[in-house]
Design a binder for this molecule. Structure first.
Ligand code: PLP
Length: 389
């Protein structure tokens, strides 16, 4: 037989995040590798979904999502960022932020188009770009605050550059782009007539009094920005697959068609549950996210310092990248495995977030865990530090 698997598989290597979860189970460790929050789903969201099933909302929905959910997204966006969004024409509900972003890439990019990606990056972003035959071009950010320069953007610009991807707050760095930085990007995007894809899935996870700034809100940006977000993280419903994009009506129909082709629709009753949450949860619910997760961030960063490691304290999201150059091993993977075998805590080796070897002295911990589990992991990290002194 001469049949074989298609070429695309070469680009989609088994994610290191999944690999570390498998290793973690093997060694009976605490899994701080996967970005899965194990916290309670808001009861009102659960109730809304159950009610929808009982009410018979179990069929395919309109290709761009149920009216109730699009209305609720527009209302929430207005309250949170002041942005006016037309729920009829400017929102596409899809299978998670992942589905929305993938559909947007399919709808707006051609083979060979170059997309500027800030590094360290979230692996799905680059793999999805490559899968649509676009070409990621990397701009490296510098720790501890993950800064970049206008010069670095100019350096990667070619006549093939079509877009920039911004993930704020970012995975894995926790980077929250400041107004000054977004002005640099918007000036660059407007001058060179580029699309902006944003991934704002961690919009409510910001620390130390910072505010999330949607790039679409800057002058000249609304019409060129495909703003992507979802509720996976905010409501701890990663398995529900509810996300969306907000963009100018010129782009939304095409994005919706691709979302339809790839996923048909997001799960109908779960759309209703999320709509209930968006309409009824109070501003306090969203404020508490930052307060609660900042405590978790401080707990793990302190444990890492105590163990003699150097965390780059995140400004947002729920991951911390940590310098592990002092741990034995010739690569990030070996160092992360050493940590797993001796401390019993799984993390994701830094190479997963860079296109070259730049991540070999880094590893990423996810701190979206119940306090008891996080405490246990932190105690293990602290005793690992004592053993190595
Ligand atoms: N975007 C980023 C930056 C993420 O870290 C994740 C999950 O880890 C996602 C998107 C996935 O979002 P969704 O579950 O809505 O597809």
């Amino acid at each position: 037989m001469s049949l074989s698997i298609g070429n695309r598989l070469e680009w989609v290597r088994q994610s290191e995040i999944r690999n570390m979860s498998i290793e973690c189970e093997k060694y009976g460790g605490i899994n701080l590798s996967q970005g899965v929050c194990d916290l309670e789903v808001p009861p009102i969201v659960v109730k809304g979904a159950k009610q929808a099933i009982d009410d018979g909302i179990n069929s395919y929905t309109r290709y761009d999502g149920l009216n109730e959910l699009r209305q609720a997204i527009a209302k929430r966006q207005k309250i949170f960022t002041g942005m006016e969004v037309d729920p009829e024409k400017e929102i596409v509900v899809s299978a998670g932020a992942t589905g929305a972003l993938f559909s947007a890439f399919f709808a707006l990019l051609n083979a060979g188009d170059e997309v500027i990606v800030f590094e360290p990056y979230y692996g799905y972003h680059t793999i999805n770009l490559v899968s649509t035959l676009a070409v990621p071009k990397y701009v490296r950010m510098t720790p501890p605050d993950w800064t970049f320069t206008r010069g670095a953007l100019d350096k990667v610009l070619t006549e093939k550059t079509k877009a920039i991807l911004i993930n704020t707050p970012g995975n894995p760095s926790g980077k929250v782009f400041s107004l000054e930085e977004l002005k640099i990007i918007s000036d660059f995007a407007c001058k060179n007539d580029l699309f902006i894809f944003t991934d704002e899935i961690y919009e409510y996870f910001v620390y130390d009094g910072r505010k999330h700034i949607p790039p679409a809100g800057l002058p000249g940006m609304r019409e060129r920005t495909i703003m992507v977000s979802g509720l996976s993280k905010t409501y701890s419903i990663t398995g529900w697959r509810i996300g969306y994009c907000i963009c100018d009506a010129r782009w939304s129909t095409a994005i919706g068609y691709f979302s339809d082709m790839l996923y048909a629709c997001a799960p109908a009753p779960l759309q209703m549950g999320v709509a209930e949450g968006l309409m009824k949860l109070t501003p306090e619910f969203y404020n508490n996210i930052s307060r609660d997760y900042q405590k978790k961030r401080d707990r793990i960063c302190n444990a890492l310092y105590t163990a003699g490691l150097t965390p780059y304290v995140p400004q947002g999201a729920y991951y911390v990248l940590c310098d592990i150059s002092g741990i034995p091993g010739d690569s990030g993977k070996e160092k992360a495995m050493h940590l797993l075998k001796t401390a019993g805590v799984a993390s994701v080796p830094g190479e997963a977030f860079y296109h070259d070897a730049a991540g070999e002295n880094l590893t990423r911990f996810c701190f979206a865990k119940e306090d008891a589990i996080l405490d246990d992991a932190c105690r293990r990290i602290e005793s690992f530090g004592k053993m190595n002194r």
